[in-house]
Design a binder for this molecule. Structure first.
Ligand SMILES: Cc1ncc(CNC=O)c(N)n1
Length: 220
């Protein structure tokens, strides 16, 4: 099954304004037009490192749910691929932080970041259905993919120092991975009972709102 015509596409149309606020946030646009304040970037980098560390156990919980609840063994492989790139990502954050003179061990999570990490923890509960968790997982990955891909488009004036960051989430391979996650989420949403579908939609909205706030927090 291909991306298009699924529940996710319906939701993205329905919640288009919020989706655009998350993917075309002023901070992303300032990277693309080259006007970004590097202190905002450094704040984002430090906070996102903390977020990504919390995202690893959440990914593991999604993997576990896929193994228990999915009828398709390729779900597990797609999620495992995402987890493998998180291993690189953590190493990259450490390298990038030292490049910017950031001491990661001294970074204190901001309130919004704590809220986002608590939200991830709530989704790790075994009571949360795989369909709900994979929808949130897809949304978290997709907003970064879409936002950073924008900074790599022709005509963008992304500062050279930030190109590598944009490549990390904006590259075509990550785009393909996000489409695979979207297909998985659509397949499960298409056969889930209405109450589960409703909870998945709420989780999507929570992700989008937290992403907007995460960018706001980084902007200072
Ligand atoms: C706040 C936030 N949202 C999504 C991502 C992308 N997923 C993993 O890296 C991220 N790094 N940070």
């Amino acid at each position: 099954m291909e991306v298009g015509g699924g529940v996710i596409e319906t939701w993205l149309k329905k919640h288009r304004m919020l989706y655009i606020r998350a993917t075309k946030h002023p901070l992303i646009l300032s990277i693309r037009d080259g006007t970004i304040d590097f202190s905002s970037f450094k704040r984002w980098l430090g906070q996102d490192y903390i977020f990504v560390r919390a995202f690893v156990p959440f990914s593991a919980s999604v993997l576990l749910k896929a193994c228990k609840e999915s009828d398709n063994s390729s779900d597990m492989e797609v999620i495992l691929g995402g987890m493998a790139s998180l291993n690189d990502e953590i190493a990259w954050f450490k390298k990038e932080a030292s490049k910017w003179g950031l001491e990661l061990s001294t970074i204190v999570p901001q309130k919004v970041n704590q809220e986002y990490c608590r939200f991830l923890e709530s989704l790790m509960s075994p009571q949360v259905e795989y369909t709900v968790a994979i929808t949130a997982f897809w949304a978290i990955e997709a907003v970064y993919q879409e936002g950073f891909a924008l900074c790599l488009q022709d005509g963008s004036k992304t500062p050279p120092e930030l190109k590598e960051t944009c490549q990390r989430w904006g590259n075509d391979g990550f785009g393909q991975y996000c489409r695979s996650l979207q297909n998985i989420a659509n397949r499960h949403l298409g056969k889930a009972p209405p109450d589960v579908v409703a909870r998945a939609e709420v989780a999507l909205l929570q992700v989008l709102e937290l992403e907007v706030e995460f960018w706001n927090m980084s902007q200072g």
